[in-house]
Write a protein that binds this ligand. Structure first.
Ligand code: DX5
Ligand code: ZN
Length: 226
């Protein structure tokens, strides 16, 4: 299997979240935005860590045939360790686990051992100090800009000081680390997140609920660059 290049750490990336796409036409919707997609963000919800249930490895496996992009799997799960192997086998390139579920060091090591790119996520009310000790061991820090569980929520600007702190640490320690934001990212909020130091922008509604998703993704990239 050929390795999919995640791109250079710190580079601007647009990651459409398939959660906002019509699941009945998922392959077509994913294909439609391919030209403006750097990573494909796959939101996995287990009904425990978050009150919602979404998709799992079989869907990742099916979509793999329709995309050449890096699959950025966001595991909103209480026990992500039980499923890392399955996601890897299905074609995930990166898996992000939440710091709130604990066992973080083991989860990072297990994901790494499987050859996955490793992400660590923090909810809006989880302080930077919880993730700071792991920055040297991960490839991606996901700072949630909504409480996870649902698409279409409003961007929480009060998370931006945490993004600023993370970017400061990453630069200070010269870490090869991406900082991703997820939730409520649109034309207005993307520049705010980038200004604070984020470089991977997850966007569900702003892309897939738009009349022309490809045009919307392109506009988001332009807005983030401005
Ligand atoms: C929230 C998910 C997000 C969500 C983003 O639990 O992790 O990825 O789909 O959706 P929007 O962009 O609509 O806020
Ligand atoms: Zn997500």
């Amino acid at each position: 299997m050929t390795t999919i290049d995640p791109g250079p750490p710190g580079a601007l990336r647009i990651a459409p979240s398939i959660l906002a796409a019509d699941f009945g036409e998922l392959a077509a919707r994913v294909h439609e935005v391919d030209a403006e997609t750097d990573w494909l963000h796959v939101d996995v919800m287990d009904g425990h860590f978050v009150p919602n249930v979404s998709i799992g490895p079989p869907v990742v496996h099916s979509l793999r045939a329709y995309s050449t992009r890096f699959f950025d799997c966001h595991l909103m799960m209480t026990e992500p360790g039980r499923y890392l192997q399955a996601f890897k086998n299905a074609g995930a390139n990166g898996c992000t686990v939440h710091v709130e579920v604990g066992g973080t060091k083991t989860l990072i090591d297990d994901a790494r051992a499987l050859g996955l790119r490793v992400g660590l996520a923090a909810n809006p009310d989880t302080p930077f100090e919880r993730v700071a000790p792991f920055l040297g061991d991960i490839d991606l820090l996901l700072l949630m800009t909504v409480f996870p569980g649902f698409g279409g929520q409003s961007f929480m600007a009060d998370v931006m000081p945490k993004v600023v702190s993370a970017r400061h640490e990453v630069d200070q320690q010269e870490l090869a680390l991406d900082i991703e934001v997820d939730g409520g990212i649109d034309l207005r909020t993307a520049p705010i997140a980038v200004e604070a130091g984020a470089n991977v922008l997850v966007a569900g509604s702003a892309i897939f609920a738009a009349r022309e998703p490809l045009v919307a993704a392109r506009a988001l990239r332009e807005a983030a660059r401005s």
